[in-house]
Ligand binder design. Structure first.
Ligand code: UT7
Length: 312
């Protein structure tokens, strides 16, 4: 029994904040942001839209795209570090709103690697034959924990939600291999501080990210019994174009074989991989039978990677 993706969906807030908008608010420049991060603009949710609202929108689309109903769901996993409140979980909130009467629900806290943790958790239940349909949502409303006075972090983040439905797929397709990891000793490099704002030691996270993205990508390719040249497409966590480029170069992939949405949406933490996946599918960059590598890293520190063959 192989576990794969059978439905996709996403939600992006309409409101766009450009680098030029930020120039007016703080001591920064479009030039600095673009050259250091690759970001040109990001989406920000309005006050009346919370994390669960975005998660619900993305989930509804993924369920419809999978050709199932909410009542077919066995489990809902929501990866987020910006829940509406500590409890009840966002997953329980959307369980009710979706009408997913049979589903168990829990949130996954692994920061920007959360979506990888969610998909890999779902894989276990499906391959053990315990559950058939699992909804995984990566969602963040980072704008509510952003310190808009801190140029070191305020220019980086955005709000979004991405979702997949996972279920059994045909032999040879779905998740071929995975890797998960953590290093709590690096927790002080990226955390929510006593003012409830994001604190980040950018340089330390950068070094960790470059090392981990490359190592984890190579590791899942090897575990899948494949070689670098078998990889059709790389979907890295969209934190910084320079970090993404280092992973792409390590896999010797041409530029058109890497997902890139960071310029439009910034770093959306747990949402970044699924919103990129949706765009790559919709715009035809990822096709049936393609070998994909998805790789993420984040606060914790945490990391996770998946090698999969796309299709049902
Ligand atoms: O999702 C996972 C979490 N996050 C990440 O993956 C982020 C990882 N880190 C990074 O992407 C990069 O470290 C940053 C983009 C955050 C920073 O880039 P950097 O090349 O590492 O810059 P830096 O921190 O070394 O700062 C260089 C200079 C500093 O000035 P001084 O001390 O050299 O005079 C900063 O004060 O740039 C300054 N600076 C800014 N200048 C204009 C920092 N932020 C800004 C800004 N606008 N927004």
């Amino acid at each position: 029994m192989n576990a794969g993706v059978i439905g996709i969906g996403r939600y992006l807030p309409e409101k766009i904040i450009t680098n030029l908008d930020l120039e007016k608010r703080m001591d920064t420049s479009d030039e600095w942001i673009r050259t250091r991060t690759g970001i040109e603009e990001r989406r920000i949710a309005t006050d009346d839209v919370d994390t669960s609202d975005m998660a619900f929108e993305a989930a509804t689309k993924a369920i419809e795209n999978a050709g199932i109903t909410a009542e077919d769901l066995d489990l809902i996993l929501v990866a987020t570090v910006t829940p509406d409140q500590p409890f009840p979980s966002v997953s329980c909130m959307i369980q009710e709103k979706l009408g997913a009467k049979r589903a168990a629900a829990m949130d996954v806290s692994a920061a920007c690697a959360g979506f990888m943790y969610g998909m890999i958790t779902a894989k276990q239940f499906i391959e053990n034959n315990a559950y058939k349909h699992i909804l995984i949502v990566g969602v963040e409303k980072l704008s509510k924990i952003t310190n808009w006075e801190d140029r070191n972090t305020a220019v980086l983040f955005g709000d979004a939600a991405g979702a997949v439905v996972m279920g059994p797929v045909s032999e040879g397709k779905g998740i071929l291999s995975f890797e998960l990891g953590s290093d709590g000793s690096g927790g002080g490099h990226l955390y929510q501080n006593e003012n409830d704002h994001i604190y980040m030691n950018g340089r330390e996270v950068f070094k960790f990210a470059v090392r981990q993205m490359g190592e984890s990508s190579e590791s899942v390719i090897e575990k899948a019994g494949l070689k670098k040249e078998d990889v059709d497409f790389l979907i890295p966590h969209q934190a910084n174009i320079r970090i993404m480029e280092s992973a792409r170069q390590r896999l010797d992939l041409p530029i058109e074989k890497m997902s890139k949405t960071v310029h439009k949406y910034g770093n959306t933490s747990a949402a970044s991989i699924p919103i990129s996946l949706v765009e790559d599918i919709e715009e035809g960059r990822v096709k049936d039978n393609d070998v994909l590598v998805m790789v993420g890293f984040g606060g914790g520190l945490t990391w996770g990677a998946i090698c999969m063959r796309w299709g049902r």
